[in-house]
Structures are given as C-alpha cells and as structure tokens.
Design a protein. Structure first.
Length: 260
C-alpha cells in the first residue's frame, strides 16, 4: 500500500482482516438497510450484494440421505408448482408461477432493520411491542401470513376444508367469487389480471395462497374492499377489519390518494 508521500508499506493478513471488517460494518449500516431509504430500494439494489439468494443451491440429498428427486416438499403438493424442489427466494422470485402471478420485490417482505436491535428494550420478563420481531428482519404477521395462512372455511360457510368440499364447486373458487368480494388482488406485489385468468376452472391457483401452502394455523385478516352489490351491513366477523390494503402496497389512483 502507498502512503501519500509515495512510501510503500507492507499490508499483512491482520491489516486485511481489519479492512474487511471495517467494510462489512460500513455496508451493514448503510442507509439502504433502514427506513426511509429501504422503501425506495429496487431488487437490483438489494441483489448487488445479496445475489447468492437466487443461486440454485439446493441439496441433492438431505442430511439423512433422502434424495430430493425422490421426495415431495410441502410446496410441491399443489398442481401450480412445476419442476423439482428449489430454494426459498427462488420459489418466490424465479419460478414460472411466481413470475406469472406475482411481482414480489425484496422490500415487499424486508422493511429494514432497527439500528440498535431487532427488538430494543426487551427481555424475557419485559416485552415491548411496536412492530419489532426478535432476530427477524421480516414481520411474518404482515408478510408471510398473507399467502401462507389457513383458509377461513367457517367465515365462508363451507361444509369442510377446501380439499374435502372442492368437488361441490367443481374445484373453481369463482363459482361463488364471480359475484362476492370481486375487488381483490389490487396490490403492487400481485398481478391481478393474471391471477384471475389462471384461477378460472383451477381452484389450486386460488387455494395455493389461501390455505394450500399454510405455514400457520391462523388466518390472515384480509382487508374487506368494497365491491359492487356489497351489503351495507357489516357482518360480525368483519367488524374492525380494514377496508383498504396497506398504503405501501396500493396501486394506481389509490396510491395517489394516499400520497396527497
């Protein structure tokens, strides 16, 4: 390495390690990892450093020796999933079904960090609420649960789970939803027209995100957007439920209205 006067000095492994650690800390605390900067980050901005999340790095065999090609993962149970097993981020961003029906961005799920702690001022005996999740950079209740919650069969009045009752409706959710809750999927992380087209006659398209790939035992309280012919009276189960999607997910005129 050259000093300002042109004098050369040797740089040893310890110095290189310190420089690497310094660069890592500088990158870690870059403004793009925190609000408000992260709200304007593009996928290209994120993948410039995190490109490894889209590399096909799946194990061919499990630690127990089971071949991936000889087993079915939970997400492969739906007919809409094509191909072999794949990694988490690739399933959400790179698969054909994801590209066709979704427009997920890194910031759809990742909203940034708190610079002090993921859950500041908390302990085992003194919990603090406020949107922080210990050791998690994603809040599952406002991201994952949207597409990985249980189907609320009781609210819909189904005689049983969709798997046991779908033949009554020709495995077509639009048998009922052609006239009920027709204002749907109008958010910037979904391709509404593509979903509606794919869902005609194939209940797996709808069920996949509404119970078929459930990670959680709870249901997601979707906003109850008004639709033509909607009854004036709000049912008990919907009282207190939001009537609009989160502002950051709004599209078109709705987004403009929120920004005024």
């Amino acid at each position: 390495m050259l000093l300002s006067g042109g004098q050369a000095i040797a740089v040893g492994p310890a110095d290189t390690a310190k420089q690497t650690a310094s660069e890592y800390q500088r990158a870690r605390y870059s403004a793009i990892h925190f609000k408000p900067a992260i709200s304007g980050a593009s996928n290209a901005d994120c993948l410039a450093c995190h490109a490894e999340v889209l590399k096909p790095t799946l194990r061919e065999r499990s630690p127990a020796g089971v071949k991936a090609s000889d087993s079915k993962a939970w997400y492969q149970q739906m007919t809409t999933y094509q191909g072999g097993q794949d990694t988490f981020h690739r399933r959400h961003l790179e698969t054909e079904f994801a590209r066709t029906t979704m427009s997920l961005q890194c910031t759809t799920c990742h909203e940034g960090h708190d610079p002090r702690d993921e859950h500041p001022l908390s302990s085992a005996t003194s919990q603090r609420e406020g949107g922080f999740r210990l050791r998690k950079s994603v809040v599952p209740e406002t991201s994952c649960l949207k597409c990985h919650g249980q189907m609320n069969t009781a609210v819909m009045g189904l005689p049983g789970t969709w798997r046991t009752s779908r033949e009554m409706f020709q495995n077509d959710c639009l048998t009922c939803h052609a006239a009920i809750r027709t204002n749907r999927h109008q958010v910037n992380y979904l391709k509404a027209d593509a979903i509606e087209a794919a869902g005609k006659g194939n209940g797996d398209v709808c069920y996949g995100c509404h119970g078929g790939r459930a990670w959680y035992r709870t249901t997601y309280p979707y906003p109850r957007h008004a639709w033509p012919g909607m009854a004036d009276e709000t049912p008990d189960w919907a009282k207190g439920r939001p009537t609009e999607s989160e502002a950051r997910f709004l599209t078109g005129d709705r987004a403009k209205g929120q920004s005024k």
